[in-house]
Design a protein around this ligand. Structure first.
Ligand SMILES: [Zn+2]
Ligand SMILES: [Zn+2]
Length: 344
């Protein structure tokens, strides 16, 4: 089969590899769509804490059940399925509490295991048993279903933040995750949604969305602008959807007392210049982390797409064949598209 293999940092090779064979309990998926995201770019350029190379990348996956090993009753040949990439053990204390994205022996497709930038991928027995394959309703395309995973990560973040119709929410960054968070916040009934962005093209895209305010941070001081919009109080919650330290400190500085910060994007660097840490103490701020998504977040995300509560179709600005995955990653680097899907 054809696959894009990350051989080492900065070395992505399009090549022929053996098509995996199903063993006991395993399912072979014929890939139909796989999203390319900034995490894939990070894996390519600097590696990632869960990434083991050589590896076929790609973790936003939808496809068709092409084969199954003995003992698989959960899916049938020909089923259209979305793959939740985290393969939890199902037995540790986190798994038993439904926080399976924090599983002590998590294996993630596209990081520890081969992913969706290939014609086929194997879902291990443990994943099949734990329900990582979800049937896609007929009216949802494979490309839309591929966006289930990033939406599920946003579901995880906003459920930790417990956002509600009483909240004002600042989202920093209008890339695909910023837009998904804005759409999800609307579906969650958030009272006031403010999006901040620096890139002109993304500002124009964000202005088309049903959000209350888009702040151009190239022209305006974000924290001052937030204080003006909230009569000096600050926002109830903020989610920086970008890796910059400045956005992280701006998110914290823009919060009201008892405000909640969603620590959603991994940061480039780990000290926070421009923010006085004592502010967390004085203002009783809450900083909540979110990493990946659980199986229940994944189920909720596909239901939100299927019920048209979060419309992702309009976000897909580019579809590419597998052979052009390298140029897709370059588009992610240039931030020239919203969501990019590899289609098979
Ligand atoms: Zn991703
Ligand atoms: Zn576990």
């Amino acid at each position: 089969m054809r696959a894009a293999v990350l051989e080492a940092i900065e070395t992505l090779t399009l090549t022929e590899v053996d098509t995996p064979q199903c063993g006991e309990g395993e399912v072979l998926i014929r890939t139909q769509a796989c999203g390319i995201c900034r995490t894939d770019l990070k894996c390519l350029t600097q590696g990632q804490k869960d990434l083991k190379v050589p590896r076929i990348l790609g973790h936003e996956i939808a496809g068709i059940v092409a084969a199954k090993g003995p003992g698989v009753s959960q899916v049938s040949l020909g089923d259209r399925v979305q793959v939740a990439p985290g393969i939890p053990c199902g037995t540790c204390s986190y798994c038993l509490r439904g926080q399976d994205n924090l599983c002590d022996s998590m294996k993630i497709i596209g990081f520890h295991l081969n992913g969706g930038f290939a014609e086929y991928l194997l879902v291990p027995a443990r994943g099949v048993k734990n329900g990582v394959l979800q049937r896609i309703p007929d009216h949802v395309s494979f490309a839309e279903a591929a966006l289930t995973e990033p939406l599920a990560c946003s579901v995880n973040m906003q459920s930790s933040l417990n956002v509600s119709d009483e909240d004002s929410l600042l989202i920093i960054g209008a890339g695909p995750l910023g837009i998904l968070n804005a759409k999800l916040a609307r579906a969650n009934g958030v009272r006031k949604i403010i999006v901040a962005e620096i890139n002109e093209r993304r500002i124009k895209q964000a202005e088309k969305l049903p959000i209350d305010c888009v702040i151009n941070v190239k022209e305006k001081d974000l924290v001052k602008e937030i204080m003006a919009l909230t009569k000096g109080a600050g926002v109830d919650a903020a989610i920086p959807c970008c890796p910059g330290l400045e956005a992280f400190s701006q998110g914290l500085n823009a919060l009201a007392k008892r405000g909640r910060l969603g620590f959603f994007s991994g940061l480039i660097g780990n000290t926070v210049p421009g923010f006085d840490l004592n502010t967390i103490h004085y203002k009783e701020l809450l900083v909540l982390g979110a990493y990946g998504c659980s199986l229940s977040h994944n189920r909720k995300a596909l239901a939100l797409i299927a019920e048209d509560k979060v419309r992702v179709k309009t976000m897909i600005s580019r579809k590419l064949p597998l052979d052009e995955v390298g140029s897709g990653l370059e588009m992610v680097r240039r931030m020239s598209e919203t969501s990019i899907i590899v289609e098979f």
